[in-house]
Design a protein around this ligand. Structure first.
Ligand code: HSE
Length: 310
């Protein structure tokens, strides 16, 4: 096989309480990459569509940085190169794992073209290098669900230990993306470096509660656990109408609502598809009635993650 097309889904990282450790994949949006083998070693990006301003320099683009990490791990055994065309649907700076979708699709595609030396889970470590380039920190809470699908937990970064979580089939997400850009690197800088023991206790109680609620299909517990006392209070200041949007989602029956990744997107989980649709409408009303452009998505959880497409 000399050429391949890959899709990798957008993701919601943190899921409220699980800063840098929890995430899930979204069904309705993602990035596509077309990858072709070339005669000589080396990486080249020939086209990026759907998002302006992303670098085509292979040393600066997250997709090629992630591929290079994969190739380096094989000690230059691959004596050919790759050309990439990126089709972006996940906007950079949206909080929906834009860099992660590109990195995940890129490593899955190249892994396939070189005879699948790695499992999807093993590819997470290479996709994380794309995240290091994008935000300064090699976090895995977007790349893990983008590659593996479903809900994932990074139990440990050193050594890397990714857990694929059980979750109920009836679970929907509503997302609003107000059209402003928040860079993950900036949104990480404003967080406090230290937290109180009181907040840590609240947060790890909620992470345990969320994992248990997902596993048991206990929607009440999922909702109670979608509380973030660490990142949300600080980052919500960067998101116009965050509190109004959250209140509107809860009024429509959301299980819980918080910031998606580093923002500005906001997500809400719900048990019923109709509730999720109503929340989407409520999100739209909040922003449109205040003359702020905003895109809304309503989706299932994507159970598959990155995949080869035709
Ligand atoms: N966990 C990361 C953060 C996700 O919150 O900064 C970035 O999308």
């Amino acid at each position: 096989m000399d050429q391949i097309n890959v899709f990798a889904p957008a993701t919601v990282a943190n899921v409220g309480c699980g800063f840098d450790v929890m995430g899930f994949a979204i069904e309705s949006i993602g990035d596509e990459i077309s990858i072709k083998k070339t005669g000589k070693p080396g990486l080249k990006i020939t086209e990026i569509t759907g998002c302006e301003g992303l670098p085509t320099d292979p040393e600066k683009n997250v997709a090629t940085i992630a591929i290079q990490a994969l190739l380096d791990s094989l000690n230059n055994k691959i004596d050919y190169g790759f050309e990439l065309k990126l089709s972006k649907n996940v906007m950079a700076g949206s909080g929906l794992g834009s860099s992660a979708s590109s990195s995940a699709a890129a490593v899955l595609g190249v892994n396939e073209l070189i005879g699948k030396p790695y499992s999807k889970k093993e590819l997470v470590q290479f996709a994380m290098e794309g995240e290091r380039a994008a935000s300064g920190l090699p976090h895995a809470d977007n790349v893990a669900p983008s590659l593996l699908g479903g809900f994932t937990l990074v139990r440990s970064y050193n050594p890397l230990d990714i857990i694929e979580l059980d979750y109920p089939k009836e679970l929907y997400v509503s997302i609003v993306h107000p059209q402003i850009e928040v860079k993950t690197s900036d949104s990480k800088k404003i967080l406090k470096r230290e937290i109180t023991l009181k907040d840590a206790i609240t947060q790890w109680g909620n992470v345990g509660g969320l994992v248990s609620g997902l596993a048991k299909g206990d929607y009440g517990l999922i909702g109670r656990s979608l509380e973030d006392v660490i990142a949300e209070p600080v980052r919500s200041m960067l998101i116009p109408l965050f509190h109004e949007a959250k209140e509107s989602a809860l009024n429509e029956g959301a299980l819980g609502c918080s910031i998606s990744g580093s923002g500005p997107s906001i997500f809400a989980l719900s048990k019923y598809k109709n509730t999720a649709k109503n929340i989407g409408e409520a999100f739209k009303n909040v922003y449109h009635s205040n003359e702020i452009e905003a895109n809304v998505y309503v989706s299932n959880i994507n159970p598959i993650g990155a995949e080869i497409i035709k």
